[in-house]
Design a binder for this molecule. Structure first.
Ligand code: GLY
Ligand code: MN
Ligand code: MN
Length: 431
């Protein structure tokens, strides 16, 4: 693996926290994600199911974890199923995990081959009253024409064991994964540190008339060289008015002198993510108007991030952040104070220039699991990402950091990433 092995004590602790929340005499089945095809024999890079990873640290396809804490036989309380290798797999793909390695990573002492899953489950299924199954509960998940391994497991279990009770494993993991442990925070800090070096590399490389994807390449170079697994998401390198398309990522525009670039990227290290946004001028010097807009967004980031502290409800924080941005939009001459005073509260005027939320949990997922009805607690990690988008001026500006909620407030994991105007201009001059 590219990263130092995660201590198995983390997964043992995660399983113990998970099973403590299960109903009496129930078992849980967590599956890995599919390896998906593009065309012909070309496959997309494998990304593990994060709930499975959280509970056992196994980053290999075709893995299944079964937890049955009340099982009569001790050896049935935790079983990890992995794919058995063979000569063909060895020749084409190289090594797969051995059972001993899987135990070493996960701390699960009983490891079986996945082709024995149905047979072994049958031996314990009727002893249990109910089953917890995994499912993607993200509100924005795409379901059209996509059947996942989890969907198939649900259908298979319900057909084979129709009279059992069924429960949602995600309801437990979303509560647990929200609060990060020390080991997880360390990996998130490493992801953030890689992103800082990547950003500085981009600043130095940036020259007028480059293609946006040339800057993307600088990011990719550093993150692969640093042992990161992948980009946390397809990076956004958006110059000029491209920055006003929130999820722009074709990155094929030309970076023109006079334009500002919005760079929103994340690093996935040991399966934990960072998510940061910075803006900088192609020429190395911000124009007067770019400076004004940038300073407004930076002010909102600095003031708004102070609200990320224990006891705050995410919705209260979003309301306060919207107020901050609204005030800045008036100062920038983009909104009229009188019109704002008379606005319909259901259709606030600021949404014309600031149309997205400003915080999301981050961890194993960039937009991590967890309910926004839960107040902030120490150990949660959230982004703060205010922005102002003015297509008519060809300016889109967002600034984004990752904050660990602490007992007294928060700690910025991405503090080392340059953000002050003078700092950015000075760095761009040293290339
Ligand atoms: N780039 C996705 C986000 O910032 O949430
Ligand atoms: Mn982002
Ligand atoms: Mn974000």
């Amino acid at each position: 693996m590219r990263y130092n092995q995660i201590p198995k004590s983390l997964f043992i602790k995660n399983r113990s926290n998970f099973t403590a929340k299960m109903k009496a005499n129930s078992l849980a089945i967590l599956t890995s994600n599919d390896v998906k095809h593009n065309n012909a024999d070309d496959v997309m890079g494998f990304t593990q199911n994060n709930d499975l990873f959280y509970l056992c640290g196994i980053d290999q396809e075709e893995s299944i974890l079964v937890l049955y804490p009340d099982a009569y036989r001790k050896e049935n309380r935790e079983i990890l199923f992995i794919k058995e290798t063979n000569e063909q797999i060895k020749i084409w793909d190289g090594d797969k995990l051995t059972q001993e390695q899987a135990t070493d990573i996960s701390g699960v002492s009983r490891v079986e081959w996945v082709h024995d899953f149905e047979k072994i489950l049958q031996l314990m299924a009727f002893e249990a009253d109910g089953m917890y199954l995994g499912h993607n509960e993200h509100i924005k998940r795409v379901t059209f024409n996509q059947q996942t391994q989890q969907d198939r497991m649900i259908a298979w279990c319900k057909e084979k064991y129709p009279l059992h009770d069924y429960y949602r494993a995600a309801k437990i993991t979303r509560d647990l994964r929200l609060v990060k442990s020390k080991e997880e925070i360390d990996f998130m800090q490493q992801a953030a540190d890689i992103s800082v070096v990547s950003f500085k590399r981009v600043l130095k490389a940036c020259k007028p008339n480059m293609k946006e994807f040339e800057l993307e390449a600088e990011l990719t170079y550093n993150l692969v060289k640093s042992g990161a697994t992948r980009h946390a998401f397809k990076p956004i390198v958006a110059s000029g008015k491209n920055a006003c398309a929130l999820h722009y990522n074709t990155n094929d525009g030309i970076c023109k002198t006079g334009d500002m670039i919005l760079l929103d990227f994340g690093v996935c290290y040991a399966n934990y993510n960072s998510d940061t946004t910075r803006c900088f001028p192609v020429s190395g010097t911000f124009s007067k108007r770019q400076k004004e807009v940038y300073s407004s967004v930076l002010y909102c980031l600095k003031e708004g991030s102070k609200l990320l502290k224990p006891g705050v409800l995410p919705s209260e924080y979003e309301t306060q952040m919207a107020k901050l941005v609204e005030t800045e939009l008036i100062k920038l001459g983009l909104l009229d104070a009188q019109a704002v005073a008379n606005q319909n509260p259901d259709k606030p005027l600021y949404k014309k220039y600031f149309m997205h939320g400003t915080a999301h949990h981050i961890g194993l997922d960039v937009h991590d699991v967890g309910l926004y009805s839960r107040v902030l607690e120490p150990g949660m990690v959230l982004t703060c990402e205010p922005g102002i988008y003015i297509p008519e001026e060809g300016i889109g500006c967002r600034l984004e950091n990752d904050y660990l909620i602490t007992k007294d407030g928060n700690f910025n994991l991405t503090e080392a990433m340059p953000i002050e105007i003078e700092e950015i201009e000075a760095l761009m001059k040293t290339s």
